[in-house]
Write a protein that binds this ligand. Structure first.
Ligand code: HEM
Length: 526
């Protein structure tokens, strides 16, 4: 009896143990909840809660309600929105093995951008392209582009001497000169340049890439409809986009390859280096390698929706506006430049360490008006769990970079342009979070052009501060107009209005612009 009782008891215990193990196992295989977020509607999810205008502000408001990591749903797709630098690092840097892909997008191929590795999914092909790109931009080699950068800054200095109330066209023209010179050795014409028109046509297609706003993203089958159908104007737009992107991808490469472009060109350029390498390959591998090289070159100057031009352009526009609004900042930087560089020359990269306040202005320019307020989205390639929340494979992970860079806890009075926040006792303060740690993205996808971008921002900003005074624009009565900084919505956010008055600091500054800039602008190849 005792035996049978104990048998029953022990078999009961065993059954209980098996049941507990089963319950534990099934509980642990049930994914935890998604990060908090607004309750989804059936089928469409949170489509109506996804902010469309200045979405970084809308996401910040949602994050205040739901937390620093939250989730939204749209047509079955999960969006994870992160509003905290440490969480972004935890996921995108520390777990970069699974958070380095891009969201799948039908629009990328429909608009014709599927050769650009910035949009490739994570994998062997992306690695191969990125490695090739990196060979031309890592810290050990990036200085080879300095002559092109200095020449671009000289073009800007020379063009704004005409003192127009809006510097945008001049900034864009000078950056296009850098990118075409550096990539293909092409020197663009003062006016009506063929290659400039090609870049602008290609980059304008970037707006069609924004996912979740196009019906084609969810119903790609519509792209197969005949273009002549009434109401199918969007298909004709896509056709035009693909043509513009194709021209951007092939025309400069082919023209320089066959030596048929107009005007002068510089022998030192990335495409020429690539061709040199191709010439050492066997005939069988040349065709495949040339296709990759051509796309890498096109990526340099088109980047992810024309990184080099758009993002550097947008940051420089923010700098011009900030200088017109904060005259004391400008004067302080000019005093530093006068003491270190002196009146007889333009600043050089070698001066960088001696100019902490100018460096602080560059950091503040990247923070105050960040060109990609929501960064570029990542996607995770396997299911994950973070702080008890389930993050399903294939989620779109968005970091609200703007909100992080405007968090008053780290950057008090965040809407004001205050370079002093990065300074302590006359030096840069290492204790303040450097905006570059989030501004250039994260993990394995971090911007591979960041060292070039740093150099460009330094040369452009220090050269302009050294030679020009930037003040507010004047109305027809000669009264200063106060411009309110407002960023437009888009993957790249541009300021709506950056009008200002730009005048040489003195007659000797004007002479310096003419002599130094004209020297750099000589048409002789390097
Ligand atoms: C102020 C200037 C710039 C800013 C703020 C910037 C910012 C960024 C950001 C936020 C990303 C996405 C990173 C991520 O996914 O986490 C990115 C990617 C990228 N950037 Fe930049 N960038 C700048 C300049 C440049 C320049 C000058 C180049 C080219 C020389 C460049 C080439 C690229 C490329 C090719 C990618 C895609 C990388 C990949 O997907 O693997 N960027 N950049």
């Amino acid at each position: 009896m005792i035996f049978s009782l104990s048998l029953v008891a022990s078999s009961g215990l065993a059954a209980l143990a098996i049941l507990l193990i089963f319950l534990y196992r099934s509980a642990s295989s049930v994914p935890g909840p998604l990060p908090p977020g607004p309750p989804p509607l059936p089928l469409v999810g949170n489509i109506f809660r996804i902010p469309k205008i200045a979405p970084w502000v809308g996401y910040q408001e949602l994050s205040r309600q739901y937390g620093k990591i939250m989730s939204l749903k749209a047509f079955g797709q999960t969006f994870i929105v992160v509003d905290d630098a440490d969480i972004a690092m935890d996921l995108l840097e520390k777990r970069s093995a699974i958070y380095s892909s891009r969201p799948e997008s039908n629009m990328v191929a429909l608009v014709g951008w599927d050769w650009n590795f910035g949009m490739f999914p994570y994998g062997a092909q992306w690695r191969r392209y990125r490695r090739m790109f990196w060979q031309h931009f890592h810290t050990g080699v990036v200085s080879k582009h300095d002559p092109h950068v200095k020449r671009g800054a000289a073009i800007l200095l020379r063009r704004i001497l005409q003192s127009k109330p809006d510097p945008r066209e001049d900034i864009r023209h000078s950056l296009a000169a850098v990118v075409l010179g550096m990539t293909y050795g092409i020197r663009i014409a003062e006016k009506n340049d063929k290659y400039l028109a090609i870049i602008e046509g290609g980059s304008a297609t970037g707006e069609h890439l924004i996912t979740a706003t196009s019906i084609l993203e969810f119903l790609p089958v519509l792209a197969r409809l005949p273009t002549w159908l009434p109401g199918a104007s969007f298909l004709r737009t896509l056709q035009r986009c693909r043509k513009a992107v194709r021209e951007m991808r092939f025309v400069p490469w082919n023209d320089t390859k066959h030596g048929i472009m107009d005007g002068v060109y510089d022998a030192s350029n990335i495409a020429a280096e690539m061709r040199e390498e191709l010439s050492r390959l066997t005939a069988e591998s040349v065709a495949e390698e040339e296709a990759v090289a051509l796309d890498i070159a096109a990526t340099v100057y088109s980047g992810e929706t024309t990184q080099l031009i758009s993002l550097t352009f947008s940051t420089l526009c923010g700098f011009f506006l900030a200088m017109s609004l904060y005259p004391n900042v400008q004067r302080k930087a000019q005093a530093e430049l006068d003491a270190v560089v002196g009146p007889g020359r333009l600043p050089e990269l070698e001066d960088l360490d001696q100019l902490p306040y100018v460096n602080a202005i560059i950091k503040e320019a990247l923070r105050w008006h960040h060109p990609t307020p929501l960064g570029l989205p990542h996607a995770n390639t396997s299911d994950d769990e973070y702080c008890g929340y389930f993050i399903p494979k294939g989620s779109t992970v968005i970091v609200n970079v703007w909100s992080i860079l405007h968090n008053p806890e780290y950057y008090p009075r965040p809407d004001e342009f205050v370079p002093e926040r990065f300074m302590k006792d006359g030096n840069l303060d290492a204790a303040v979070r450097d905006p570059s740690t989030v501004a250039f993205g994260f993990g394995r996808r971090v911007c591979p052009g960041r060292h070039l971008a740093d150099n460009m921002l330094f040369i452009y900003i220090s050269s302009v501060l050294h030679t020009y005074n930037i003040t507010p624009p004047l109305d027809k009565h000669g009264q200063p107009i106060h411009i309110q900084p407002r960023g437009k919505s888009g993957i790249v956010s541009y300021l709506e209005d950056v009008r200002c008055t730009i005048k040489p600091r003195s007659t000797s500054a004007e002479a310096l612009i003419r002599t130094c800039a004209d020297g750099l602008l000589e048409t002789r190849p390097y």
